[in-house]
Design a protein. Structure first.
Length: 189
């Protein structure tokens, strides 16, 4: 197996374990866990710091998208049933399909609309398998999961405009977010 395949397998394992690991540490404040996760994720790429000169709009989109996604996701997992949160947050691919016409020259067609409708029906059917409890804390977690899906779709679609975005820039985003988390934790003490 070559290096690219190993990286792909490790990435899939990390991504697929995010919900389980997040639920297992939900006793840690969301802001702290996001800060710790993102600083650890940024360490391997710190050596590329010279490539971090990017426009302000790229920084804003990345920080809002990445920080918002991770913070709200971690918080949602601590507020609502994890299976439901995970199903709702995985609406992001659907939102990417539906949002693509707004970020490119393509137009929304019947296939997008049918696919979007089927995606929403699928999530509703999956969530209806669980007993529905009208707990306000759960609904807040569900709302956060929905916003998470929108944020990740926005982040993904907005970055399509930057074809020359170096991969090392993601490390800077993670590092900046970690610094922001640390600052917020100090302020909140």
């Amino acid at each position: 197996m070559n290096k690219a395949n190993i990286s792909a397998v490790v990435t899939i394992l990390m991504w697929s374990s995010l919900a389980t690991l997040t639920v297992s540490i939900n006793h840690i404040p969301s802001l702290l866990s996001v800060g710790l996760v993102l600083i650890i994720a940024s360490l391997p790429g710190l050596k590329y710091w010279r490539q971090w000169k990017l426009p302000l709009t790229v920084w804003l989109s990345a920080v809002i998208g990445m920080f918002g996604y991770h913070y709200l996701l971690f918080d949602a997992f601590s507020r609502a049933p994890s299976m439901s949160v995970n199903m709702i947050q995985y609406l992001w691919p659907l939102f990417i399909v539906l949002g693509t016409p707004f970020f490119s020259k393509s137009s929304l067609n019947l296939g997008h609309i049918i696919g979007g409708g089927l995606g929403f029906v699928g999530v509703i059917l999956t969530l209806s398998q669980e007993s529905v409890v009208f707990n306000t804390e759960d609904w807040f977690g569900y709302s956060e999961a929905f916003i998470v899906a929108l944020l990740w779709a926005f982040y993904t679609l907005s970055n399509r405009r930057y074809s020359q975005l170096p991969l090392s820039a993601v490390v800077r985003f993670l590092f900046d977010i970690w610094c922001d988390c640390t600052e917020l934790l100090c302020i909140n003490k």
